[in-house]
Ligand binder design. Sequence first.
Ligand code: GTP
Ligand code: MG
Length: 575
Amino acid sequence: MASSISACFTPQSFARRNANRSKIQNPKFQKSVVPGGEATTYTRLPLKHDYSSSSPLSPPEIKLSEAAPPIDHLLRNRKRQTQRQQGVVFEGNADSESESDGEDEALEFLGDENVGEESPDGKEKGVPAVMRCFDRAKIYVRAGDGGNGVVAFRREKGGEVYVEVDGAMNSLLPFRNSVHFRAGRGSHGQGSMQSGAKGEDVVVKVPPGTLIRMSGEDDVLLEMVYPGQKALVLPGGRGGRGNASFKSGNNKVPKIAEYGEEGHEMWLELELKLVADVGIVGAPNAGKSTLLSVVSAAKPAVANYPFTTLLPNLGVVSFDYDSTMVVADLPGLLEGAHRGFGLGHEFLRHTERCSALVHVVDGSSLQPDLEFDAVRLELKLFNPELAEKPYVVAFNKMDLPEAYEKWESFKENLQSRGITPFCMSAVTREGTHEVISAAYQLLRKSKEENEEYEDGNDMINLNHVADAVQRQRNASINDFEIFHESDSNSWHVVGSGLQRFIQMTNWRYVDSERRFQHVLEACGVYKSLMKQGVKEGDTVVVGEMKMIWHNSSVNSGAARMKKISSDSLKWAEWK
Ligand SMILES: Nc1nc2c(ncn2[C@@H]2O[C@H](COP(=O)(O)OP(=O)(O)OP(=O)(O)O)[C@@H](O)[C@H]2O)c(=O)[nH]1
Ligand SMILES: [Mg+2]
C-alpha cells in the first residue's frame, strides 16, 4: 500500500513560481540547475509504438523527432545484448595466465547494458571501460595445494579460499583487473617429524548484495548480504603423508611419501544486486535522478556514487538526526520492461532488495495517472513482490503549469484509491524533503519488522560450498565405475577417490607402486575387472595411469596389472 503518512505541502508556492515559467523552460537554465541532468537516460518518453513491438536496447538519448534507427543497427544491438546475456562479450585486460580448464577467456563482465555507439569492431565508443556496468564479474578461485610429504617428515595443508562481504565496496569494479585468486601451497615436509607451514589463505572481498554462482549454473551458491559475512568456499588441499604414516609391523622404514593433494579450483560468477534501502522508480524523464541529486548532494555529509548515466546512481541521504539511508536512482521504466524492452529490465532487479520505493510521476506528461498505472503494472509484472513494497508517490515538476494544472485531479484520483500522493518540484527542491522523509519512515518501519529475521540470518552457516567440495573430496576410494571400450580393448576405471589417490602418489618412492597395487586390489578394482572379463594384454586406465593387464598365477589365480611379491604389507588405511 501507499504511504500512510499524509503530507503534502501546499502547492501555492508553485503558482507563484509559474509566473516565472519562461525562466524555467529555458534549457540553459535547466542545465545549470540540475546536476542530475547528466544522468538522464532518455530525454523524452518514447512513443508507445516505438517499443511495443520489438524495441531493442535504445541509444542513451531518444528524441522522438528523430527517425527510427535503421533496422540493421537495431539487430546488431539486439545481437550484442543477447551475447552479453550469455556472457560472451568482453574485451578487457585479462590476466596473462590461461587456465588449464580451457576457460582462458578469463575476464568477463556480464550484463553490460550500455548502449554507447558501436564501432565496426564491436567496441563501444565513447564509454570508458571503467564506466561500463560492473554488476557482474567472473573469477577463478583455487585452493592451495597441500605440501608434499617427505620420507620421515610431515607436510602441511594448502591455503583456503574465503569470500567476505566488505561494507566499503559498492561495485564489482575491482574484479576488472583481478580475476584469479589462488591460495598458497602448503610447505613441504621439513626437519624431523616437523610440519611445514600451512598455505596462505585468500579472502575475496565482495560488496554487500553479491550473489555467487558456479560458472554456467543458474543456482545461487551464496548470497553475501551483510558486511562481515564470511564463507569458506574451498578447503585447502591436504598435505601428503610422509613415511611415518605408513609404518607397519613388517616394514618399519617404508620408502614412501605422498604428494600433497591438489587444491580444488572453480570459476565463480558474481552478480551484484544493489543493496539500496530505497529505490526511486518511475517512467523515463520523470525526474528521478534530479530528485536523488537534490536530496543527497545538498548536504555536506553526503556521498554520491555515480557510475554511468545508464547505471543506477547511489546516493547516501543524511538526515539531521544522525541517520542515513542509501537511495538508488534507477533508469527509467518503460512499458514492456518486464519483457526485456528498454533499459529498465536489467535494473528492475536492482530494486528487489529495496525496503521502500519512491515512485516519481512526471506531472507534465500528457496523462500522469496513466503513466503512474503503467509503471505500477510494470513493477507487478516483473515481480509481484516488488509491487508489494511500501511506496511513496511523488508527483513531480510542479513548477511547470502543465504539471501544476493536473495535480488536483491526480491527487483526487489516487486518494479515491486510498493512496495519498505528494507533490514536489525536484529542480526547485520544494516538497522533496517531505517525500524523502516519508520514504525514510517507511524504511524504518520495514527495518523494525525485519530485525528479528536479520538477526537470525547472521547466524547462517555459509560454509556449505566448502562442505560440498570436502564431501566430494572424501568420496570413498571404493566408489568407482568401470567402462569398457571394446574396439581398443581398454578399460577405464573412474572414481574421484581413486583419482585423488593417484594424484597424490609419488612414484619416485619404491614402495609407492606396491601400495598402489594393494589399494587397487583392496578396493575391489581387480575383482570387478575380472568379473567383467578383462583379458591378458588389455589396457587398464585409472586416472592418469595406463597399465597393461597380466593374469597372474600367484595367490590362487588373482590377477595383477603387474606381478608383485606376496609380501603382506599392512598399509595405513586411506581416508
Ligand atoms: N521543470 C522541471 N523539470 C524537471 C524537474 N525534475 C526533473 N526535471 C527535468 O526533467 C528531465 C529529466 O530529469 P531526470 O532527473 O534526468 O529524469 P529521470 O527520471 O532520471 O530520467 P531517466 O534517467 O531517463 O529515467 C531533466 O531535463 C530535468 O531537468 C522538475 O521538478 N521541474
Ligand atoms: Mg535518471
